[in-house]
Design a protein around this ligand. Sequence first.
Ligand code: NAD
Length: 252
Amino acid sequence: MTGRFAGKVALVTGASSGIGRASAIAFAREGAKVVVSDIVDESKDETVPAIKAAGGEAIYVQADVSKATDVERLINVAVRTFGRLDCAHNNAGIFGNFAPTADCTEENWDRVVNTNLKGCWLCMKYEIPQMLKQGGGAIVNTSSFAGLYGSPAAPAYCASKGGIVQVTRTAALEYATAGIRINAVCPGSIRTPLVESLIAAGYPETQMAANHPVNRIGEPHEIAEAVLWLCSDAASFVTGVPMPVDGGWSAM
Ligand code: NAD
């Protein structure tokens, strides 16, 4: 396939749903060979069939990003299959339970921080050595508006997403001269199963939309576009940035 990422290999975690799925499909549309990874069973993944139906190339690798052995295997399979790794979108994440700080359980804290923050770090830990061998690469981590600002009843989520901003900045500084650019996207509210479940549970979409100066929630492909730009050569002078993609919310 032709496109901005022709000849390149891209890995996306949390790619069976929502933002990750949109990003994986966009990378494939732009010519990348895509490693689609998620914790769900291969039989439940609809992203790889969608990419193949559109003429793209992709494999599915099941991995739990909170487990080092899974992530190491994921990168090994990616490189064994496609020979290299040029772009990585470390996106897998969970929101956890809604509860204020004093009511947040240890179980919720560990689950959310292990999936979101430890998972992001583990992905970089195993992606970076491969990119160093190749002489460069681009990584985008999914943080959140909640990684930049407080959000009541989500202490573990905010801590994990704020932590992602800091490991992004730190790794960007460490590998800047090695040709590896590392950035983050900080989405506002995006129409994915997570947000749809909140709407279905009675949280009015109009209220959610009103947080954003553009007065609507975002769509997964709008985050994917930012991820692809950050991974592309057009962003060659951009590294260490937590980029809000939030309809202006963070400007308030
Ligand atoms: P989603 O639930 O649609 O997708 C998340 C995917 O991650 C799922 O397919 C899930 O199976 C996978 N996953 C969960 N735990 C995993 C694990 N341990 N290992 C591997 N995969 C795992 O959610 P989404 O809204 O698309 O969220 C994607 C990312 O965007 C998350 O990091 C989320 O925190 C972040 N985000 C979402 C929003 C939003 O409004 N939707 C806003 C800001 C940030």
